[in-house]
Design a protein around this ligand. Structure first.
Ligand SMILES: Nc1nc2c(c(=O)[nH]1)N[C@H]1C(S)=C(S)[C@@H](COP(=O)(O)O)O[C@H]1N2
Ligand SMILES: [Mo]
Length: 475
């Protein structure tokens, strides 16, 4: 009994140290993380009906949970192997099979920077470390494994700092006046411009690709008279235009913050299209990221969009798409273009996009007008209360916001100044709340007259609807 437990533990330790060794080597050599590569495979192959509840329940912690599950699965496999009587040939075969799978997966969706030879070294060292640990005593292996795991954490920490870089200042040919709307003193409302470190991050990547900007090119190909290959500097020299717009994820639910209002810097697509001269009028622009993720946009929509290089005065961070992304204000994030974009291809036939191939509605999907109540939350003093929030209806803008308390009539909210039609708009109402529990709802009317849909629906298939409702206790 005791013997068995010890050998089971040895298997756990072997798998863990093997994985940790592979991770450390990959991080030090800036290769692709084998753990992320396996997790990425899981992300790419999860069916939509499974993804939706995961997004809903786990929100931003989906990726750590997927990583944890993969580690648990690998360690469980090691534990099972450790429990069997030692057999050198079989151990070698199992570890080689796992390593071969890991090696294959690290090459999948790899970027040019994540060199395959380096991935091979990382996975190979991981396999050697697993085998070596399987053949030593658990007690001897433990300190070594602990050191390897500590190394992994340090290397990962180092990489995280790289991703969080603040970027370099960028300058616009049309610098906008400071972003003020008169709501600066309103209580509890979201900032007019979302700071970059608070700006939501959503993508199908376990980790943002780190792109070497010197080697990066943006190609424009397909049904065009002039194919282009643009450097980062070419785009900057073309003259960056500053514009304010809200980016909204189609997964944003009522009351969620999976959206942000940014002051972006980009090259208007109209200019790029003029230079490339498409030979088709009603084609699609396939925007493709460095790792193959793609999203296509009808050409007539693209004309209102940008190749974005900066957010809030600086180059994009890795998480938000450095060095460049495509953004068409008014389309949900999933339909608005690729972050880490390297290829723009114009074609007449529709493209089987990443999300479309996974069951999502074919784009373009336009952002539905919505409003969110930011303040108060849960409790407030009875009497005169300021209720504040944001509303958005890009690209046309917000015409009105109304609030209803306890099922009574809608009453108009005061709107702060409009920064830009595509930007979100802050609003407030003064309510007189008696002590007790109150239900407050808000709705938005877009400048084009469409009123926020009152029927609650989940994000799939066309974006969430319904009224954001908060229950407040006044005391
Ligand atoms: N390359 C790439 N671009 C992408 C995605 C992705 O998974 N890969 N996700 C899209 C989605 S679903 C959204 S909501 C926005 C989010 O942009 P943000 O993370 O900068 O807020 O990026 C879009 N662009
Ligand atoms: Mo999204």
């Amino acid at each position: 009994m005791r013997r068995e437990r010890t050998s089971g533990n040895r298997g756990f330790v072997a798998a863990l140290s093997g994985l940790a060794a592979a991770e450390t080597v990959a991080a030090l050599l800036r290769s692709r993380s084998p753990l992320d590569a396996i997790s990425q495979f899981v992300v790419d192959h999860s069916p939509r009906p499974l993804v939706e509840p995961i997004v809903r329940l786990l929100k931003e912690s989906d990726k750590p949970v997927i990583r944890g599950t993969v580690v648990a699965a690998v360690v469980a496999l090691g534990g099972a192997l450790g429990r069997l009587p030692r057999d050198a040939k079989r151990d070698l075969a199992v570890v080689s099979a796992v390593a071969a799978t890991g090696w294959y997966l690290t090459r999948r969706r790899a970027t040019p920077e994540q060199r395959a030879s380096v991935a091979t070294a990382a996975v190979g060292l991981g396999a050697v470390s697993t085998l070596a640990t399987l053949r030593t005593r658990t007690r001897a292996a433990l300190p070594v494994s602990a050191m390897v795991i500590a190394g992994t954490l340090a290397a990962q920490w180092h990489l995280r700092e790289e991703v969080a870089c603040v970027g370099k200042p960028l300058f616009a040919i049309n610098p906008l006046p400071p972003a003020v709307d008169g709501a600066e003193d309103w209580p509890g409302v979201a900032p007019l411009i979302t700071p970059v470190d608070e700006f939501y991050v959503t993508d199908a990547n376990m980790r943002p690709p780190i792109i070497d900007v010197d080697g990066w090119r943006l190609s424009v190909t397909g049904e065009v008279e002039n194919e282009l290959s643009l450097r980062h500097d070419d785009l900057i020299e073309a003259g960056l235009v500053e514009f304010d717009a809200a980016m909204v994820c189609v997964h944003n639910r009522l009351g969620w913050d999976r959206l942000g209002n940014g002051r972006w810097l980009g090259v208007p697509f109209a200019r790029i299209l003029d230079e490339a001269a498409p030979t088709t009028r009603d084609g699609h622009l396939v925007t493709q990221a460095v790792d193959g993720w793609d999203c296509s946009i009808p050409l007539d929509e693209v004309r209102h969009g940008y190749v974005v290089l900066g957010l809030n005065g600086r180059t994009l961070t890795a998480e938000h798409g450095f060095p460049a992304r495509v953004f068409v204000p008014g389309l949900y994030g999933q339909y608005t273009g690729a972050k880490w974009v390297t290829s723009l291809r114009i074609q007449t036939a529709p493209n089987p996009d990443y999300w479309h191939a996974r069951g999502w509605t074919r784009g373009p999907l336009h952002i539905r007008p919505l409003s969110r109540i930011d303040h108060p939350q849960r409790r407030t003093k009875a009497g005169s209360v300021q209720v504040t929030g944001v509303a958005w209806a890009p690209p046309d803008g917000v015409k009105a916001v109304e609030v209803a308390v306890d099922g009574q009539d809608w009453q108009p909210a005061e709107l702060a100044a409009e920064l830009a039609p595509a930007s979100w708009r802050r609003w407030r109402v003064h309510l007189d709340l008696s002590p007790g529990v109150h239900r407050i709802r808000a709705r938005c009317t877009a400048a084009n007259g469409s009123v926020q849909d009152s029927v609650p629906s989940p994000p799939f298939p066309v974006g969430a609807s319904g009224h954001h409702t908060v229950t407040i206790t006044a005391h």
